[in-house]
Structures are given as structure tokens and as C-alpha cells.
Write a protein of this length. Structure first.
Length: 214
């Protein structure tokens, strides 16, 4: 199934970015508290899912006949509820917006979530400051960025046998791990740049040089 956009209830992206990505996606799913941000940007979600503790009556009324799926499970976040709901509906690729923000606990939880589900579907995330792609063990992941782009490789929590091509500081069969060697702030020197790794979890983060104005 084509890519579905998930808007999570972290710091919302710029409305222009949200509208652009929604226009490129096959559908828009909001975790419960993010529905208001979508509506404020002029977008109507196809589905709202979560424990619904952040969905107020006014927003629910604005949603009209939109499907609202309440799942009360303390052990999962609303974003995880959205991902496994989409998996059950046959979705195999998602782009997540609103997964970052000022709460480091939620950001860490979201990265851990991406690592757990990366073997089941293609996961990308984006905000106004950069783009993140979960790499697949045993496969070559093209970075797909222009010369000079700043790229970081983030182990989640570790990645074995990491090798790169087309980056200024190459890695060859390296081990990256939290608390150990990291792959922060590399640079694309070949537009065919790519990453491979053997096992573990690995995210590719590309810095957006066009930040949202303050």
C-alpha cells in the first residue's frame, strides 16, 4: 500500500510541511491529540487513533464523521497504536510527523518504537530540522541526498557491521552503539551514497539546512 502519513502529538511541524506531505500520502492518520493540529492546517484526517485522552469535545465535533478508534492500553503510546493499526490494515510504509519536540522522554520512546517496528514496515520521520529513515539490516539503504548534506547514523541501541559508501568519513564493518562509537555529522560526497549493516537497529538522519523561522 502507498505511504500513509501519521501526525503524532509532539511538537507539530510547520503547516506548509504538513500540507505538502499530506498531499503526497495515500492517507492521513492522527494520534488523538494531533487531530486539532491537522484541522487547523486545513486537513481532515482519515483516521484518529489513540487512548483519546487528548481529544477534546470541540475537536471531536470538528471531525464530523471521521473514524475515531479508541484503544485504551497503558503499555503502548498513541503512536504505537497508530502504527500497529495501520499494519493490521495492510500498510507497509509510513511517514511520521510530530514525533520530536521538547520532551526527550517521548522522543526517546519514539526512536525505540521505530527500531522495534523497522523489520515490519518502512518507517520515515521528518520535522522542520531534518529527516530520519530506519535502515533495514542486510540491505543497502540509499541516502538519496545531494553533495554536502550532513548525515548522522544513529544506533538504536546498537548496529553491527556498519559500512558506508559515498560519505566523507567512511565506516567499514564498524560497530555503532549508544555509549560507544557514534556516526554523527558525516557528509555526502557522492550522490550515490549508501549504508549497509548486519544486525541491530540503525537510523539515518539528514539535517535540514532550511530551518523553520523562529
Amino acid at each position: 500500500m502507498p505511504r500513509v502519513l501519521i501526525l503524532a502529538n509532539g511538537e507539530p511541524p510547520a503547516a506548509e510541511l504538513l500540507r505538502r506531505r499530506a498531499g503526497e500520502a495515500a492517507g492521513l492518520v492522527c494520534t488523538d491529540g494531533a487531530a486539532a493540529a491537522a484541522l487547523d492546517a486545513g486537513l481532515t484526517p482519515d483516521l484518529v487513533v489513540g487512548d483519546l485522552d487528548s481529544l477534546d469535545d470541540a475537536t471531536r465535533a470538528r471531525l464530523g464523521g471521521v473514524e475515531v478508534r479508541g484503544l485504551v492500553e497503558q503499555e503502548t503510546t498513541d503512536l504505537e497504536k497508530a502504527i500497529y493499526t495501520l499494519l493490521a490494515r495492510g500498510v507497509d510504509e509510513v511517514l511520521v510527523l510530530g514525533a520530536g519536540g521538547r520532551r526527550w522522554d517521548q522522543f526517546h520512546a519514539n526512536l525505540s518504537l521505530f527500531a522495534r517496528y523497522a523489520h515490519r514496515l518502512t518507517i520515515r520521520a521528518e520535522d522542520d530540522w531534518g529527516r530520519l529513515t530506519m535502515a533495514t539490516p542486510g540491505a543497502t539503504t540509499a541516502i538519496g541526498e545531494p553533495l554536502g548534506a550532513v548525515v548522522s547514523l544513529l544506533p538504536l541501541p546498537s548496529a553491527e557491521a556498519v559500512s558506508t559508501a559515498g560519505l566523507r568519513w567512511p565506516l567499514v564493518n564498524a560497530r555503532l552503539a549508544l555509549g560507544g562509537r557514534l556516526g554523527v555529522s558525516n557528509e555526502v560526497i557522492d550522490e550515490r551514497a549508501s549504508v549497509t549493516f548486519g544486525s541491530g537497529g540503525l537510523a539515518i538522519y539528514v539535517v535540514n539546512t532550511r530551518h523553520r523561522p523562529a
